[in-house]
Ligand binder design. Structure first.
Ligand SMILES: NC(=O)c1ccc[n+]([C@@H]2O[C@H](COP(=O)([O-])OP(=O)(O)OC[C@H]3O[C@@H](n4cnc5c(N)ncnc54)[C@H](OP(=O)(O)O)[C@@H]3O)[C@@H](O)[C@H]2O)c1
Length: 276
């Protein structure tokens, strides 16, 4: 019989205890945009799995609320009211995690922004704000994370949040959002290749519409919401919109040792939207 784990003896145990591949207890995570729908959800899930978390976002009250939920779930948590707008901010966010818990194992960039407007009506500062939040922010956070971990990269994980809009256009005023998510996809591939030799994996999840402050209007029971919902659902093979909880399983895979041989990938969690 072929011993499939012969080349990596440490994997042999995983064959007898496959769930150990997903064990993240005691690991440290930095989460930006932690006050948002996805940031909150993945933070609570990691807290329940025994992680130590540094949560960052720009607004104190919602951040404190999420921190309380993470602690209640069993996580150890610190907060920093900060958005990754400059390299100094990004360094402060990672630095706060290092100070509290030591070198972080995971970086999750869950901060992001959309300001839909038709291109003819869109003011340049709005376009720039979307690009800054969605591209510059992840780049700055990844750079600060890399600087902190230095040569000690093996097994560390970076997770970005892209979107099906990185691949598909949208006629509803997405001339900033779509290019910003296309750039996240490219950044994921570049950092995955650049940092592969250091053992750091870099991946992204790409959802379609899921319930959050960004998409709240699509879930509303008014004419505009119903029309948008019907339009979206008709293109989604699984015939529903997403919930933030739909993103947890794939995120845990990409944040745990289970994904140690997976990097530079954009994984669609979209009810099949991009398959059709
Ligand atoms: N919801 C969807 O349907 C959907 C679909 C595909 C992809 N995504 C992506 O998923 C990620 C999470 O979004 P979400 O849906 O969870 O949205 P959300 O609930 O609005 O959360 C967004 C987070 O980003 C922070 N943020 C807002 N403006 C920012 C800025 N200018 N710079 C940095 N941070 C800023 C917010 O916190 P503060 O305001 O406190 O800083 C908040 O914590 C985003 O990258 C989004 O593009 C969402």
């Amino acid at each position: 019989m072929v011993d499939v784990a012969a080349g990596r003896p440490e994997l042999a145990g995983a064959l007898r205890d496959p769930l150990s591949l997903f064990d993240v207890s005691g690991r440290t995570a930095v989460v930006t945009g932690a006050s948002g729908a996805y940031g909150r959800t993945i933070s609570i899930a990691l807290g329940a799995l025994g992680c130590r978390l540094l949560l960052a976002s720009g607004s104190k009250e919602p951040l404190d609320q999420v921190a309380a939920e993470v602690a209640e779930a069993g996580g150890t948590v610190r907060t920093l009211v900060r958005r990754p707008e400059t390299l100094l901010d990004a360094g402060d966010i990672v630095g706060a995690a290092v100070e509290a818990f030591g070198l972080p194992h995971m970086l999750i960039v869950a901060s992001g922004l959309n300001r839909p407007a038709m291109v003819d009506d869109m003011a340049e500062p709005d376009w720039q704000a979307v690009m800054d939040a969605n591209v510059r922010g992840p780049w700055l956070m990844a750079k600060a994370f890399s600087a902190a971990v230095g040569d000690d990269g093996r097994g560390r994980k970076v997770l970005f949040v892209s979107s099906v809009r990185g691949r598909h256009g949208n006629a509803a005023g997405y001339s900033a959002y779509c290019p910003s998510k296309g750039a996240v996809d490219a950044l994921t591939r570049v950092l995955g290749t650049e940092w592969g030799p250091r053992g750091i994996t870099v991946n992204a999840i790409a959802p379609t519409v899921f319930r959050s402050a960004l998409t709240d209007w699509i879930f509303r029971d008014d004419e505009r919401g119903r029309a948008a919902r019907d339009r979206n659902i008709s293109r989604i093979p699984l015939r529903r919109l997403g919930e933030p909880e739909d993103l947890v399983g794939i995120s845990l895979y990409l944040l745990s040792p289970a994904s140690d041989f997976c990097t530079g990938q954009v994984v669609y969690v979209d009810g099949g939207y991009t398959a059709g």
